[in-house]
Design a protein. Sequence first.
Length: 470
Amino acid sequence: MLFNSFIFLIFLAVVLPIFYLLPKKSYKNIFLLAASYFFYGYWDWRFCLLLLLSTVVDYYIGLKIYKTDDDRKRKLLLYASLGVNLGILGFFKYFNFFVDSFQTMINNFGGNVDSLHLNIILPVGISFYTFQTLSYTFDIYRKKLEPTENIIDFALFVSFFPQLVAGPIERAKDLLPQLYKKLSPTKDQLKEGATLIVLGLFRKVMIGDTAGRIVDHIFSNLHLYKSIEIIAAVLLFGIQIYADFSGYSKIARGTAKLLGIELMINFEQPYLSRNITEFWRRWHISLSSWLKDYLYITLGGNRKGEARTYANLMITMLLGGLWHGASWNFVIWGGLHGIYLATHKFMIKSKTEYDPITRLKDIPKVLLTFVLVAFTWLFFRATSWESTQMIFSAIFDWQPSEYAHIFIQIVVSYFILNFALDIIENRFGHTFMLRFKSMSVRLGILLSLFIVTLVYIFQSKPLPFIYFQF
């Protein structure tokens, strides 16, 4: 079920009134759990079985880890959780990838493993809820969290529908305590929630989807386009994926607020970053913080010398790239970001505090950071290594285009719109619309944005959220 679809609006129109009318905390949580499984099962009911398996396994393992003092047993239980969750994720997401990679290795020896390929359907959002439930087990193992004894509350923590399929990846210490109480949204949450939903839909549909249709057409027909046109597509993809994913996160946060739940902010205007380290503090914050806390620090972080620090950083980013998809292109994408981060860490030894963008001298740094990030998006968007080679060939074997001015105008227009929204958010916050003192002005603007977005959705088939494939 897509947020940018009429079926989701109908779903929300049914769920919210029933939720508000239920009198008890237990009733509300049971109802939200059922609604979340319906939401997830709308794609394919079989996906719910995997979600349920991860939930049951980590619920009982969490209790057992907490109740035993034997370090060996605690480790074995942790490994069991890792084995089940990563085993499921590995099979559905990476099985055919490893078969393909092995086939490449043995081609020279006349081997063939094509028969091992399986027709596997990748469950939507499996990477997200796997990391979310694993963080629960990790925190109990590290004695930073007490497990819940209410399986309904835990199941709702794992499957909460606003953030189930594309995050943010919530921590149990933040989300579970909210589920222990009777959920009842405040007036401020209702206003902020509705505002975030409208702004998120506008950003996803009117910026992300419109840019995405241009990007998809060019990348599907690379042989038809000239150098400047392909570069324009790469730059537009940088806008598309940001508008798409940050739009989703806004809708998720807004929907959660309507239910009385506060989710973490997942994006803080990342394209206003002055360096790559700042970018990763602003981009997909829930994933970058998860990788730091549960992978980078587990590997040793920066505690074992400078060389080991850079190695840990590279391993973390390479695995972060692989988390995004079963392709060597994603590994290259992660590796490039690892090189960027290690280089910046080597050049800047001290910690830097990141104040709001207010100085003109920051602009060159922002533009340079964007160019570096945009270059990596090339590997992220290309569907194969052959496509990547075609793009590089088009760039380095320059072919002039009579339509160059048109593509430049398109890219500049999207850049102005995207950066204008980011600058406003950076200055006035994510719900900047609420700054208008006049309620009629505020409602008029939001209603206009909502209607324009609905008209576009009605006329065009909704594009899936990019991160649903992860």
